[in-house]
Design a protein around this ligand. Sequence first.
Ligand code: NAD
Length: 262
Amino acid sequence: MALLTGKTALILGVANKWSLAYAIAQAYVREGAQVVLTYQSDRLKLTVEELGKEISPDVLVLACDVTVPEQLDALAATLKEKFGTVDTVVHSIAFANREDLSRPYVQTSRDGYLLAQEVSSYSLVAVSRAMLPLMPNGGSIMTLSYLGAVRVVENYNVMGVAKAALEASVRYLASDLGAQNIRVNAISAGPVKTTSARGIKDFSKVLDGVSAVAPLRRNTDPAEVADTAVFLGSNLGRGITGNVIYVDAGFQVMALALSQGS
Ligand code: NAD
């Protein structure tokens, strides 16, 4: 039987077919979930609606800018009306100003810092709170993180600091919500060429550097991230909460590679 049969999943963060959230939505439909996608702004509405239809005619597409509390409330109200409950929430959202992903971290402006934190970290708290009334039977909440949360990755800068806060949030949310059988985890994905990633200076050099030294000697496939999201959303992940799971071809275990590229 499919792993997510009978589950309703809210997946936030599809912008186009390269989005990690798009790969996750495909895997969720494959595993039998009822999928709801959201789009950030009217500019993305048509694209996300078309992508949703391509995955399955049953995919529902709704608006949600996570920085607008009224839109989160409206999303929760629509989900309640249509489905009653939600089992899984996938938060695949981040944003920082381009200049903060290219100049030295010490130059980060106050506004740029707060913006990255609000969209990339605080929004997980806001989304979780909005969805809580819809998860009376427990469930699984997950977000997407990156190694820059715990190690310095050149140019990742303000986003690394936002991801550090995001991963700490995962632990506090897991502690808060565990008594309601809601699990909260992060998937720390290896670098993947998406629209967000292209905003980071020298991103293609990161891809080359990682594939040269990662134990699996390659980069991460979005489908691998998606399958881990399936695992966390399914009963198979029932014992895991407050964790950061690396799906990165093993790169994060490496400290020094003397035989780079071999
Ligand atoms: P992406 O650009 O396709 O996705 C980012 C999404 O965030 C977009 O859909 C965008 O619309 C959404 N978003 C931004 N601000 C928003 C707001 N105010 N309200 C609602 N949505 C908003 O890029 P992606 O790489 O798929 O990013 C998804 C997640 O994966 C991010 O958290 C990113 O940091 C994380 N991640 C990406 C990589 C990578 O290399 N691509 C690696 C590790 C983690």
